[in-house]
Design a protein around this ligand. Sequence first.
Ligand code: KIV
Length: 268
Amino acid sequence: MPEIGGRKGGVPLVCLTAYTTPMAQLLDSHVDLLLVGDSLAMVIYGHSSTLSVTLETMIAHGGAVVRGAELSCVIVDMPFGTYQETPALAFRNAARVMAETGCAGIKLEGGAEMAETIAFLTARGIPVLGHVGLMPQSVHTAGGYRAQGRAPEDAARIMDDAKAVSDAGAFAIVIESTVEPLARRITDEVPVPTIGIGASPACDGQILVTEDLMGLFLDFTPRFVRRYAELGASVESAAEAYADDVRARRFPGPENLFGPKVPRAASA
Ligand code: KIV
């Protein structure tokens, strides 16, 4: 992944999630990287965590996003349970994701414990985006969705994780919900670009869940999100206006109707 991996320092990388073709088409010319995140389990499918998403679902959405993206680098998340067991299993599943979606690489969560797998994948042609700090697939062992790295021993472990992931060959690393000074230090100390979400403005790039910044994911807004639009409110008012028009027989109007076929004038 030379384009993204070479973007250490300089103009920050712009990254967003996408799960569908139309959203990928809308975002494509504005971002460097589109992530088909396993967050789709919560954002699209209404699950309470990311754990329930399957490889087949990620492949279906990955293919949809690739079909909508001409310029940006599309990365697909490996779902929980499809890569942790052995490097060989990770390779088989990641190879399926690459072959069946046409994406540019995969993302997996984990630090030092995943270094062997990351090295195995990258040595076999699969670009890997790492993910350290808060790892939503480990929510049950990490004690919830809390910011990471407050205690000195946690900060040291996350720093070691980032270095291990980078040394193993990841082309960049997502740092999620990690105290700011630590995310800044990781960015200073690892040679590959860092992409922050709830991390630090010093990161080499930023990523957000698109539905969060568009105001479409209504359950709650995390502290690290800035809302750039209120599309949820627009959707509701459009639905209300449509319902009013249908009930009052104002829709469909004459401009929405097909007339009877007009026979061609007989030639003289
Ligand atoms: O699944 C996801 O959307 C992610 C981003 C939040 C980084 O991992």
